[in-house]
Write a protein that binds this ligand. Structure first.
Ligand SMILES: Cc1ncc(COP(=O)(O)O)c(C=O)c1O
Length: 460
């Protein structure tokens, strides 16, 4: 008999990460990492920092696509998980109830407020969206689902059908019937669709993650009003924006909205355990779970698992105790204050935008010098200039960020909310000098850009 030791196992295979991933999980992904120089061996993480095997510290502004709201390896969430394991709670009953899921549901409902009175747990963002689509259709007796162009709601088939980006959907046709898209920000287009009174739900991100697109003034309020008028459920996808990301607990609270459905995930479990939820008005829930034979109309085996619930409760506590929502608002302001001047400083910078700690910078063709090279780079692959900034930010300045999406010269960051003022200053300073160098387009960079384009490097 040999004892199982994770530490011994990891020690005996140290350094194999990339090769093993390429052999067993996804060789193309590893190719991408190697092409752009992101092929590090990672040793540890703490808060907003990552450390590679050489002990080099990286500032993690990507936060695992925004799931590390409370920081990597948050000691208080970890302690709650260790405590939960030690308590030897009964675990999931399947046919029975335990206390932890109810406690977390109660807190989530209170945090969302307004119409929200019920909580259905899931294990990811896309499952929360799937639940909204499925329950929303049945509750209204309608089949159509409306979402916004350039929306991102996840990659399983229902969520993908609501996705407004061709690069994700084109190769997976046919998607589900009854899904249509309207331009984000266009209330007339929305009303034209809703007027038919056959739309079950309008699914919308309060801030679009793909390019950190902020809603025009009055858009979301108008959309909610139209949904009410035409009997459509108003579903706000807070998977990315929830739990303080935009400087409020939920982004819809900036505008005093009262959605019928709210999808959450990412930061909910402190980055430790897959977890998500669909928060909904009681009327939606009661229309679907309307009798004892329908008591188990929707669910998933692992969804209300005890570790996810313990992590969720500890995360909500941490957000409150450390005042991380307020910190996100404050640091977001500071970030804009330091980076907005880049629009005037560099012709190539078109826009800097953000809300809380969801932030983006957009590039565009400069008028004067550098125009020809910019065009050449963009011809190889649209949006490639952004990669010319993301790569040296990582390799030279040790800052992790990403190109916001396919076909767009936009860099976005979704850092842990535990970021410090110095980190924001360090980023602004590194960004300024990296754009300056990228604008000059030294030969080596141009060569890199073309080979990256050939490798088809693009943001998720
Ligand atoms: C707004 C939004 N909805 C849904 C999802 C899907 O979440 P998950 O990756 O957990 O399935 C994401 C993920 O990035 C998201 O940003």
């Amino acid at each position: 008999m040999s004892e199982f030791s994770l530490e011994a196992l990891l020690g005996s295979r140290r350094g194999e990460d990339l090769d093993l991933w390429a052999r067993t999980i996804n060789p193309q992904f590893v190719r991408v990492l190697r092409t752009i120089g992101f092929d590090r061996t990672w040793a540890s993480g703490e808060g907003a920092y990552l450390y590679d095997a050489d002990g080099t510290r990286f500032l993690d502004l990507l936060g695992g696509f925004g799931m590390y709201g409370v920081g990597r390896n948050n000691p208080r969430i970890r302690a709650a998980l260790v405590e939960a394991l030690g308590l030897e709670t009964p675990g999931m009953l399947a046919l029975g109830t335990t206390l932890l899921p109810g406690l977390l549901a109660e807190e989530l409902i209170a945090a969302a407020g307004g119409r929200i009175e019920r909580c259905l747990f899931t294990s990811s963002g896309t499952e929360s969206v799937e639940s909204a689509i499925k329950l929303g259709r049945t509750a209204t007796g309608r089949t159509r689902v409306l979402s916004a162009e350039h929306a991102f709601h996840g990659l399983t088939l229902g969520s993908l059908s609501a996705n407004g980006n061709e690069e994700f959907t084109a190769r997976f046709q046919p998607l589900l019937p009854g899904f249509d898209h309207v331009p984000f920000g266009d209330l007339d287009a929305l009303e034209e669709q809703l007027r038919r009174e056959d739309v079950a739900l309008f699914l919308v991100e309060p801030v679009q993650g793909k390019g950190i697109n902020l809603p025009p003034d009055g858009y979301l309020e108008g959309a909610q009003e139209l949904c009410r008028r035409y009997g459509t459920l108003f579903c706000v996808d807070e998977v990315m924006t929830g739990f303080g990301r935009t400087g409020r607990m939920f982004a819809f609270q900036h505008l005093g909205l009262e959605p019928d459905l709210v999808t959450v995930a990412k930061t909910l479990s402190g980055g430790y355990v897959p977890s998500g939820a669909l928060l909904m008005a009681r009327s939606v829930h009661e229309a679907v779970f309307d009798s004892m034979p329908h008591a188990m109309s929707h669910g998933s085996t692992f969804a209300p698992n005890e570790l996810a619930m313990a992590a969720g409760l500890a995360t909500l506590h941490e957000l409150r105790e450390q005042r991380l929502v307020e910190q996100s608002a404050r640091l977001g302001e500071r970030l804009l204050e330091l980076t907005r001047p880049l629009v005037d400083e560099f012709e190539v910078v078109r826009d800097v935008r953000g809300l809380g700690l969801a932030w983006a910078i957009e590039f565009g063709e400069p008028e004067g010098g550098g125009r020809r090279t910019y065009r050449m780079i963009e011809r190889a692959q649209r949006g490639l200039f952004a990669q010319l900034v993301v790569v040296p930010l990582f390799t030279k300045r040790h800052i992790l960020s990403q190109v916001a999406g396919h076909d767009m010269a936009v860099i976005r960051i979704l850092p842990p909310l535990v970021l410090r003022d110095e980190d924001v200053e360090e980023f602004a300073d590194a960004l300024r000098s990296t754009i300056k160098s990228a604008q000059k387009m030294p030969r080596s960079l141009t060569k890199f850009a073309l080979s990256a384009a050939t490798a088809g490097v693009r943001g998720r």
